[in-house]
Design a protein around this ligand. Structure first.
Ligand SMILES: NC(=O)c1ccc[n+]([C@@H]2O[C@H](COP(=O)([O-])OP(=O)(O)OC[C@H]3O[C@@H](n4cnc5c(N)ncnc54)[C@H](O)[C@@H]3O)[C@@H](O)[C@H]2O)c1
Length: 249
């Protein structure tokens, strides 16, 4: 590893599992101090214990991304423990397989609260600390489903599309303050979330992916690593698609 994130303090929402956990491992290996915020406390604490055993500075904090109070507490504790906050990965997200007619208001509201409001609250809470640190970088994890449609996941598409444009709006708001905001759009990635899908749906998604396989969580984290690092110093308001060619068709 090359210490590309030396001196960075990174908060990863939904960092206990899947793509978020891969971000924690990759960022820690590149020298960042890591804060994992998640509702899955046991898994998050276990991951942090492993990172610390490997020599990283890492912390688990309980975070419910739907709650502004919870975000405030986590950002305050991050600053108190590590002295600031420079990087935010808004990764926490949930899936939901309901189409336009079968979706309920309660189901819709839950997906919006986690996938959409959660991302906005994360940016709202972290940005003042990034300004104090002299700058920062935010990566919002959307999906290819924030760019193209599919049948049967209406609320998920709505929220992931919102994340794409919310990222561009915030990028424009903070472009003059050395705070960069980009979105990442994974295709089908091998995580607990994806593996809850029915077998025939998984086979169909693999079939749509020209590279013929699931992506690995680390392959998403490496894209975010670029966006958070100085290598991307002129990249803001951009969208990085990591999908094995799916949306090139
Ligand atoms: N896996 C894929 O194929 C895929 C594809 C495109 C986009 N994504 C996106 O990637 C992100 C990570 O997904 P994943 O596949 O790693 O899923 P995952 O289920 O493995 O991880 C999601 C994490 O978010 C956490 N979380 C859920 N609700 C939360 C809340 N209210 N507050 C805090 N944390 C909460 C979960 O506890 C979990 O640890 C999500 O935003 C997802 O939509 C995943």
């Amino acid at each position: 590893m090359t210490g590309r994130l030396a001196g960075r303090i990174a908060l990863i929402s939904g960092g206990a599992s899947g793509i978020g956990a891969a971000h924690a491992r990759v960022f820690a290996a590149e020298g960042a101090k890591i804060v994992i915020g998640d509702i899955q406390e046991e898994m998050g604490a276990e991951l942090v214990a492993g990172l610390v055993a490997d020599g990283a500075s890492a912390l688990f904090l309980p975070l419910d991304v739907t709650s502004e109070e919870s975000w405030k507490a986590v950002v305050a504790e991050t600053v108190s423990q590590f002295g600031g906050l420079t990087s935010l990965i808004n990764n926490a997200g949930i899936g939901r397989g309901k189409d336009t007619e079968s979706e309920s208001v309660a189901g819709w509201d839950k997906v919006v609260a986690v996938n959409q409001t959660g991302v906005w609250l994360g940016m709202k809470t972290a940005i003042p600390e990034m300004r104090r640190a002299g700058g920062g970088a935010i990566v919002n994890i959307s999906s290819v489903y924030g760019i193209i449609g599919s049948a049967g996941m209406v609320a998920y598409h709505a929220t992931k599309g919102a994340v794409r444009l919310m990222s561009k709006a915030a990028a424009l708001e903070y472009a003059g303050q050395n705070i960069r905001v980009n979105s990442v759009h994974p295709g089908i990635i091998e995580t607990p979330l994806a593996l809850t899908l029915p077998d025939e749906y998984i086979a169909d998604l693999k079939g749509r992916t020209p590279m013929g396989r699931f992506g690995r969580p680390e392959e998403i984290a490496r894209g975010s690593l670029f966006l958070v690092s100085d290598d991307a110093s002129f990249v803001t308001g951009s969208e990085l698609v990591i999908d094995g060619g799916w949306t090139a068709q």
